[in-house]
Each structure stands twice: as C-alpha cells, then as structure tokens.
Design a binder for this molecule. Sequence first.
Ligand code: ADP
Ligand code: MG
Length: 455
Amino acid sequence: MVKVKTKFYCTECGYESPKWYGKCPGCGSWNTMVEETEKVVKTQGLTSGLFHTKEKPLPIINIESGQEPRIQTGIGELNRVLGGGIVPGSLILVGGDPGIGKSTLLLQTSHEMAKAGLRVLYISGEESTRQTKLRAERLGALSPDLYVLCESAMDGIEEAIDQVKPDFLVIDSIQTVYLPEVTSAPGSVSQVRECTARFMRISKGQGIATVLVGHVTKEGAIAGPRMLEHMVDSVLYFEGERHHSYRLLRAVKNRFGSTNEIGIFEMNEAGLAEVANPSELFLSERPLGVAGSTVVASMEGTRPMLVELQALIASTQFPSPRRMATGVDHHRMNLIIAVLEKRMGMFLQNQDAYVNLAGGVKLDEPAVDLAIAVSIASSFRDLPTKPFDVFFGEVGLTGEVRAVSRAEQRVKEAAKLGFKRVILPEKSMKGWKGPKEIQLIGVNTVADALAVALD
Ligand SMILES: Nc1ncnc2c1ncn2[C@@H]1O[C@H](COP(=O)(O)OP(=O)(O)O)[C@@H](O)[C@H]1O
Ligand SMILES: [Mg+2]
C-alpha cells in the first residue's frame, strides 16, 4: 500500500502545509490554498540543490562578460519583446487565454528557427502530432529540422531531448506535463512546480533555449504558483480581444531586456502576421471630424504609436453617473473629469462618461491625459475635433499641461502619418526641431489646448 498524503498549496506563492488555511501564512493572500493528494516518493534534487557548478567565487573584474549571444527567432516582433532575440539556455514562459494563438505563434517561431539551421523540438501535450501537422501545413511551417512529439510524461520528454539534442525546445503546455514521482494530477501546483524546475535544469544545463506555454486562470494570471514566474527568465503574455484579429505580446518579466516593448501581430488564415506599423492599424477605422474623437501619440517602449481615443459624454437620470474607461486608467479619467469641472467650469456631475482606446490597446503612460481631456470636452460641448490634430501631454491637478519624454519621436511619427498639427506641452519643445511639414503648438494649460483644438 502506498501512503496517500493530502497537502495544501498556495496558488500564489507555493506555500505548502498539511492543513488548510483561509489566509496563506506564506504570502497573506486569502482563499488561495488548494488541496492536492500526493504519494510522496523522495527523489533527490527535484527543486532543491538544482545546480552545483563547483565554481569558485571570482573577483568581479576577472569575470568574462561580453554581450549575451542572442538567437534571432526570425519573427521580428518576438525578438523585439525579448530584447533582441532569445538568449541560449534561457527559460521563457508564454501565457495567454485559450485560443489566443500561443500554439500558432510558437509553431511559427519553431519553423523560423529550424529554417535558420537550428534543431527544434516541439512537444505538444494537448494536440496529436497529426493535428500539429495539419496546423503546420496551414501555416506553411514544414521544415526538416523541426521535430514534433506528442508526449506528456517527463521521462518521455527527456528521452526525446537526448535523442534530438535541440537548440530550441517548446513545451505546449506546462500544465500537461507530469512527473510520475509526484502523484498529484498534471496541472496541479506541485506538478507544475516540479516540472518547471526540471526544465530549468535542462535548459541551463544543456544550453537549450526553452519556451513553456502556460494556461491562464480566470483572473488572467498564469495557472500554478506565482513562484513559476520567479523561476523562469522571462514571462510573456499573449493577449488580444476575442473579436479583433490583432494580438499583443508583452513581457511582464525579462532578465535580458526591458519589459516596455510590445509586439503586435494580426491573426489570419495563414497564421500570425507581424504588424510593422501599428499606428496605421489603430487609426484605420477612425471617423473624421466628429465630436469626442482624438488621436494620441504614445510610446510603447521605444516605439511611438498613434492611437485613436474616443469619449462619450451623455446625460443621465441616475444620481451617480457611470464612469467607464477601456484601455486607459480609470483613475486618470476621474482625475481629468475633476480638473475639467473645477478648472474649466464644465458641469459633468449629471453626465455618464465613457472613454475608449480603439483596437483594444492599453496605454498607461500619463502622456494620454491631454487627449482624454480634449476628447471629453469635445463630446461634452459637442464640438468636433480637427481630423489632422495629434495630442500628447500630462495633465496636472491645477489644469497645467506637463512635459513628457520623447516628444521628438512622437512628433516624427505624427508627421510620418500625414498629420498637420501636434498639440503638446510647451515645456517638451525645448532643444529640438520637428519636421517642417508639421505645425507644433505648445500649450501650458488644458484651457490653452481646448482653445486650439475646439475653436
Ligand atoms: N483553419 C483556420 N483558419 C483560420 N484561423 C484559424 C484556423 N484554425 C485556427 N485558427 C485561429 O487560431 C486560433 C487558435 O490558436 P492556437 O494557437 O491554437 O491558440 P492557443 O494555443 O493559444 O490555444 C483560433 O482562435 C483561430 O483564431
Ligand atoms: Mg494551444
């Protein structure tokens, strides 16, 4: 008889305990302990003592450095998000809703890497090899150096790795992999944790760049303990609106680059196509010369992006009006509404306010403030904005417009797309000159900006 033990794990931090708690003693979150039964077979070095490199401490000046070598994935947007390509031996976690296109992205990446002469092993625990082949045919991802295996037992996967000796490994998905030593079900906290630890050892030990696909929970976090995110080198999220064809890839953690960059793709019949010029995409359905619509020049990492921002102000009978923001921070929206009420004398207390960024993009930098203010004022007064104006600037509590970074790049992008005027913080105009085909209007207050935009 094997002794079956019941344990409780925190899905946030991985805290382990023999009894249930409402509040995790490890991280203090509520209602995160889940029960798992497991047959405990002690094997050495599952998570503990992962590497012992037998190296001695060195003075830092004697350590060889040089740039991390990078493997170009053949997919520019992915390289951008990773900070210039995949670092050999790194472990990357890719999360996203079901059906968003994770398998598609990774199969295409695998194909591109195989085409470039690397050995690639794609392991699917969710789809049969035939299904994967069908998908690969649709995506045009057939190359002789791309090996596919349908397997979910860790032993089988390790055997395949020994056979193929890949440079690039994809595990689709980490929730389907299981270690027989850990008897809880695949996808459970302990399985996911131990299997990830194994893959970490494999990827670091053998220098294999490894991508783990992870499912997300209803709350949008990668299923399994939060700890997973600490174990891997990079965490990427693939997201998008169900009803739109484009997808955003963003890094929430990256040990080898910044987390500011986003990658933009469009999903179509032949797979994911890279979107090299996102501004065009996000402005493509813009109505011209209507009240409530403005264009904001924003930065996503090092890339400028123009996005349409819409506001709708409608009177309401209810004592507490609705305030809804999609794509922008709703606290910023409330703050800007307060500024418009107090400084501009707009009576918005009996008005519902909706603010929406087109195309499902999210912008969280304060430079969108000015566009929010102008859109709301434009809709409230029912005055159309000029179709060839672009806005950016942070709004302060006294109604002042504050400087933001990288003004020159934002203006250049606006000029490239044929806009005629940019309304920007006057303080951001020092020390550079914009292209001459575009007019720059520096403003110091929201009132100045409205006078220009809605005259
Ligand atoms: N025959 C097809 N033609 C066009 N698009 C398809 C086809 N089959 C699947 N797709 C697209 O691919 C998506 C599934 O992507 P997939 O990579 O399997 O997602 P994930 O691995 O994240 O669950 C579907 O939502 C659909 O948009
Ligand atoms: Mg999939």
